[in-house]
Design a protein around this ligand. Structure first.
Ligand code: ADP
Length: 446
């Protein structure tokens, strides 16, 4: 990058300097031309005066001059020429400046010589006797001036090259050095990063990006830790019912269970198998939610209908504990993933049933507000201590482990609710009093 900037600056500086030199030469050339013309006009006036007063004798006393003087009759015949043989000269009547002088008293013109390296400037003045006095001078073409000054031009260009090289070198260094010295970890720290105003926006962006990368890295590390913990917990949770099942099966295999106890053993095996099935189902649900629900279809879903379905599915389990589940509210349509919404309502309602004592009712309510849909599940069960409220949504976290196991809990229900809420941009609120009951509220934006 340094080289690129260096060459760009160098090129620009050289171009500017060379253009300046060329421009100056043109201006000087124009200035000299007008000065020469002015000189020619003044000389014409002087010679005219001289010839009027002294006639031919004026030329006899004439010193060598920078100008060519020609005296011409009104018919174009040459009377006198200070540089050429008058007899060999052709008739001058057709010359532009002579024509002008004869018609208007005075005329001017200029002509390039055949080599194009010179230009002749002419002035012609008609005298009172009708003859015409013409003065001319040679002017070199502009490129001859360039050639004449070539040594100076070359020196100026060389100087320009050297000067622009050193300017380009310093400038490119000044631009690039701070960029190379940027402290990527703390780009905005003036002490660690040399700053000039123009790179501030870049530093700001780098700073934002670095912070974002740090944040993403921390999140990734956290996610990886959670995954590791989850795998360890899941295998432990799966192993426990398997041990129980194989223990009972072994007893049955070796005929160590009395005939009348066989149904109770079989019941225990079935209960453990059911717990495992629920655990595997919850793990599958969670892993689907972990991907953010990207592969699942969102559609307009009636939350009230979902609440009714969940209540129906739990009816048998609730009845066993003499718990009545009521569904209140009205049809409320939200855009969501039906199976996830069902899992959320089902798990909240299942918890309300599991952690309620026999005879206590559970109420599901769906409210259709202007900008949000609100689902609440209220129970009058055991409640949750305030200090545990922050942790109950963690995977495999249980307030009372033995009670959870006793009622077939997996420790994953509220995690599923939390993830489900997240992918629906919903907010979860919990209020609970130990011994009084709990209210879980999920607010879905419409
Ligand atoms: P689990 O399968 O153990 O119920 P959850 O993730 O659903 O797992 O819940 C985590 C813990 O939160 C439960 O073990 C329980 O201690 C507590 N909990 C959840 N819901 C309720 C509730 N409605 N009443 C009392 N405690 C609850």
């Amino acid at each position: 990058m340094n080289k690129k900037i260096f060459y760009s600056i160098w090129l620009v500086t050289i171009s500017v300097l060379i253009s300046c030199i060329a421009f100056l030469m043109v201006i000087l050339y124009n200035y000299f031309t007008s000065e020469q013309l002015e000189q020619l006009r003044n000389e014409t006036k002087l010679v005219t005066q001289g010839v009027i007063m002294n006639r031919e004798s004026y030329f006899e006393n004439l010193d060598t001059t920078d100008f060519r003087i020609t005296w011409i009759t009104p018919e174009g015949q040459i009377l006198y020429d200070n540089e050429a043989d008058t007899t060999a000269m052709e008739n001058h009547l057709e010359r532009e400046e002579i024509q002008d002088a004869l018609e208007n008293g005075y005329g001017e013109s200029s002509r390039y010589s055949s080599t194009l390296s010179e230009k002749q400037l002419y002035t012609a003045q008609r005298l009172p006797d009708g003859t015409v006095l013409r003065l001319s001078m040679t002017q070199a073409a502009i490129w001859i001036y360039f050639l004449r000054f070539s040594v100076f031009v070359v020196i100026a260009i060389l100087l320009a090259l050297l000067l622009s090289r050193s300017i380009a070198f310093r400038l490119s260094k000044k631009i690039v050095e701070p960029l190379n010295k940027i402290n990527l970890e703390e780009p905005m720290d003036a002490g660690k990063t040399p700053v000039y105003e123009e790179i501030r926006p870049l530093l700001k962006r780098l700073d934002e990006q670095y912070k974002q990368i740090q944040k993403d890295r921390e999140e990734l590390e956290k996610a990886s830790l959670i995954r590791q913990e989850f795998t360890a917990n899941a295998s432990h949770e799966l192993k426990t019912p398997l041990h129980v099942i194989s223990g009972y099966a072994e007893l049955l295999e070796h005929g160590m269970v009395k005939e009348e106890d066989i149904p109770s053993f079989a019941g225990k095996i079935r209960a453990e198998a059911q717990r495992m099935t629920k655990l595997v189902e919850d793990i599958i649900d969670l892993s689907k939610l972990d991907s953010g629900g990207k592969d699942m279809n969102r559609e307009n879903t009636d939350l009230y209908r979902i609440a009714q379905n969940a209540a129906e599915s739990l009816e048998a389990e609730a009845e066993q504990n003499r718990i009545h589940i009521s569904v209140e509210g009205e049809s409320t349509i939200i855009e969501g993933i039906p199976q996830v919404l069902y899992s959320m309502v089902y798990n909240l309602c299942l918890n309300a049933v599991k952690y309620s004592d026999s005879g206590n009712d559970v109420r599901i309510r769906v409210e259709n507000r202007e900008k949000e849909a609100v689902l609440s599940v209220t129970d009058h069960g055991i409640g949750i201590p305030k200090e545990e409220l922050d942790r109950i949504f963690e995977r495999f976290y249980r307030v009372d482990k033995s009670r959870s196991k006793e009622v077939g809990g997996t420790g994953l229900g509220l995690s599923i609710v939390k993830h489900g809420a997240k992918i629906h941009d919903a907010e979860i609120q919990v209020s609970s009093e130990v011994g009084e009951g709990s209210v879980f509220t999920v607010i879905f934006p419409k």
